[in-house]
Design a protein around this ligand. Structure first.
Ligand code: PRX
Length: 643
């Protein structure tokens, strides 16, 4: 009989008896237990969840803006994700679904993963990679990405993964920031039936960097020549099968992941080993109720934190099976995901609201024909989810049987922080829920005073800060201190707005100039910088505007040099330019050529006014403008287009 994991009571969804029966956490005593002593709580979790070579001597140390967990503790991350599951070595660790239908899925057991990771660790060592060196990884969602990342953790190197859809320039900036000597990439991958040649971008990116060797996964059969290039498979085959794991300090850097901040340059968010491992382990276990027989599918790419923590590390730390896939959700048709769930008995499915909204648009027919009865838990992440999308996800994918866990978190937090636990609930559309046991978030006004229930304020985290939190911005103390600690001093500033609804947290979205475009994080500044660097552009302003599927999209207002008039051709060129500088995810939805931008007397561009115009609202604060007449022109331009 198909099991039901939720019940409806007084307008809300709650875990069913069956869910409570199978849940690791099945009542809310856990929150109270944690609150008694948050540090002791994490100490207990760290001991139970993670294998340490040496225990720490100080559980939590804080000297803001920095803090450390498990100081003095020693461990190896790879041992925790792989070696300790060798007693069930024949169990599948990873399922990979290639895009071409004539290629078979690949399953890798824990024992096989162990061998490959050990071998690759030796490859890296052979190339001179040492503890604390940064290794750049520019790979699509293929098994080699997992092997490469884990091998880095085995030898104590720091991995820096760059999203494969990012441009050569974006990769180059990140290689330079980490001063990497080794790049791991692929000749390419399949997407929507086409071959995408990643290697072209990689070759361009390494020019002018210190990259000495490029290890290339041969996915498309393209021959890559040159002394710098090594073949992933060949090197793996030649390497020794054992690498003794390096014993690392808990506070050593495990990885850097770049994310958009308020100014143009991406920030290298640093995560350490011990704290991250503890949070990845427990959030995966409790949010997704991972057991031995679970197959988890997190659809995020490894270029993002969600991919790091919930496509790879969290499930593996728990010894579960994780699934990844190559390609696009709607190719060859919009049934692809539902077929993958069915054919692989996926029990935990974790995706973004953008994907859900896209499937809604395709219509129910693609999903209705699939029973999807292996599913137990559905998760969502990355942007606020509207009620319509939540209910569709719940009814059409979960068939009204599975809880929807709306997880709020950030690249900076390493793991989830606010959501309902599947065995505790309640599951309320648009509301994320409570702080994960052992963590504490409050909502404050701009002065840092506690906001009242129902009033939107700033979401902040209070001490002791969660173990998975960032440990700085790579080589940029100033940015770290300013971005997260300047406004509220002793509280971590999330830059998200939120309010309390009957004690549960509802996220309203970013309060800074960060946009979430199809779940991807972008800033107005990085897009403007990219546009302004085009030889024909004098200046530009980017504003986000709501979009039915992607949540938000950027719209650009561009002043050309010499105030020249633009053309359709130039719009295409500028879009291509953005693809080249950042990547297609950042491509503006629309570009308007204007004679001037609304500015204050001090020359500040008033994006707020542009936003009102584009959203058909009455712009306010026109009196502060030095050029109010331009507002009328821009309005005219937009309404002209709407005709
Ligand atoms: O604005 C919040 C939004 O995504 C931001 C973090 O983006 P990123 O670092 O790319 O990490 C995304 C994956 C963890 C947050 O500041 N966000 C994330 N999850 C949610 C969300 N907004 C609303 N609801 C969520 N569940």
């Amino acid at each position: 009989m198909v099991k039901k994991y939720v019940v409806k009571r007084s307008g809300k969804f709650w875990p069913s008896e069956e869910m409570k029966r199978i849940a690791w956490v099945s009542d809310d005593k856990i929150y109270k237990e944690a609150e008694k002593n948050l540090i002791k709580f994490w100490e207990k979790l760290a001991k139970e969840g993670i294998t340490w070579e040496q225990e720490w001597n100080e559980t939590y140390y804080e000297k803001l803006p920095y803090f450390e967990w498990f100081k003095g503790g020693k461990l190896n991350f790879c041992v925790n994700a792989v070696d300790r599951h060798l007693d069930k070595g024949s169990k599948t660790a990873l399922i990979w679904i290639p895009e071409p239908l004539n290629e078979k899925p690949i399953k890798i057991t824990y024992a096989e993963l162990y061998e490959k990771v050990n071998r690759f660790a030796n490859v890296l060592k052979g190339l001179g990679v040492k503890k604390h060196d940064v290794v750049s990884i520019y790979l699509p969602l293929i098994p080699e990405a997992l092997i490469a990342m884990l091998a880095c953790t085995r030898i104590g190197a720091i991995h820096s993964v760059v999203f494969s859809a990012f441009s050569a320039e974006a990769l180059k900036t990140r290689i330079l920031d980490g001063n990497a000597k080794i790049l791991i990439t692929a000749d390419g991958y399949y997407r929507r039936g086409k071959k995408e040649y990643l290697i072209k971008k990689a070759k361009k990116a390494v020019k002018g960097t210190d990259i000495k060797k490029i290890i290339v996964v041969n996915r498309l059969g393209k021959k890559v020549f040159g002394r710098k290039y090594l073949d992933f498979k060949k090197e793996l085959g030649k390497a020794e099968t054992y690498y003794k794991p390096e014993i690392m300090n808990s506070e050593d850097i495990m990885f850097i992941l770049y994310t958009s901040g308020t100014t143009g340059r991406p920030k290298g968010v640093i995560h350490d080993i011990g704290g991250y491992a503890v949070q990845a382990y427990w959030t995966s276990k409790w949010n997704f109720n991972l057991h031995d027989d679970d197959v988890m599918w997190c659809t995020a790419d490894i270029g993002w934190i969600t991919g790091h923590t919930y496509a790879f590390y969290g499930p593996l730390l728990n010894g579960a099976t994780t699934l990844i896939y190559e390609g696009a959700p709607d190719f060859p048709d919009p049934s692809r995901w539902w077929k993958i769930i069915k054919e692989n008995n996926v029990s935990v499915f974790y995706t973004a609201p953008t994907a859900i909204r896209m499937f809604m648009r395709f219509g129910d027919k693609y999903v209705s024909k699939h029973k999807l009865d292996s599913l137990k838990i559905l998760g969502t992440v990355g942007e606020p989810i509207d009620k319509g999308a939540w209910m569709w996800y719940f009814n059409k994918i979960g068939k009204g049987r599975c809880p929807v866990i709306d997880t709020w978190w950030q690249t900076e937090t390493g793991g989830t922080l606010i959501n309902a636990l599947p065995g505790v609930g309640p599951f309320v559309p648009t509301i994320s829920g409570r702080s994960f046991p052992g963590t504490k978030h409050i909502i404050v006004d701009d002065k840092g005073k506690l906001s009242q229930e129902g009033k939107t304020g700033n979401l902040v985290q209070v001490s002791p800060f969660a173990p998975g939190m960032l440990h700085g911005i790579y080589k940029n103390h100033k940015k770290y201190a300013e971005t997260y600690w300047k406004r509220f001093k002793t509280k971590y500033d999330t830059s998200d707005g939120a309010y309390l609804n009957k004690g549960l947290i509802r996220i309203t979205g970013r309060t800074d100039d960060v946009m979430k475009v199809a779940g991807h994080r972008l800033t107005t500044a990085e897009l403007e910088n990219a546009l302004n660097n085009h030889r024909l552009v004098n200046e530009s302003a980017i504003v986000p505007t709501p979009h039915k599927i992607k949540g938000q999209v950027p719209v650009a207002f561009v002043v050309l040099k010499g105030r020249k008039k633009g053309s359709e051709r130039l719009i295409k060129k500028l879009k291509k330019h953005i693809d080249k500088v950042i990547g297609p995810t950042a491509r503006p939805e629309k570009i308007y050529f204007v004679q001037d931008l609304p500015k204050t007397r001090s020359g500040k561009i008033m994006r707020r006014i542009l936003k009102s115009i584009i959203n058909n609202e009455k712009p306010e604060g026109l009196t502060t403008l030095v050029n109010p007449e331009i507002v009328k022109d821009i309005k005219g331009l937009i309404s002209e287009e709407g005709k």
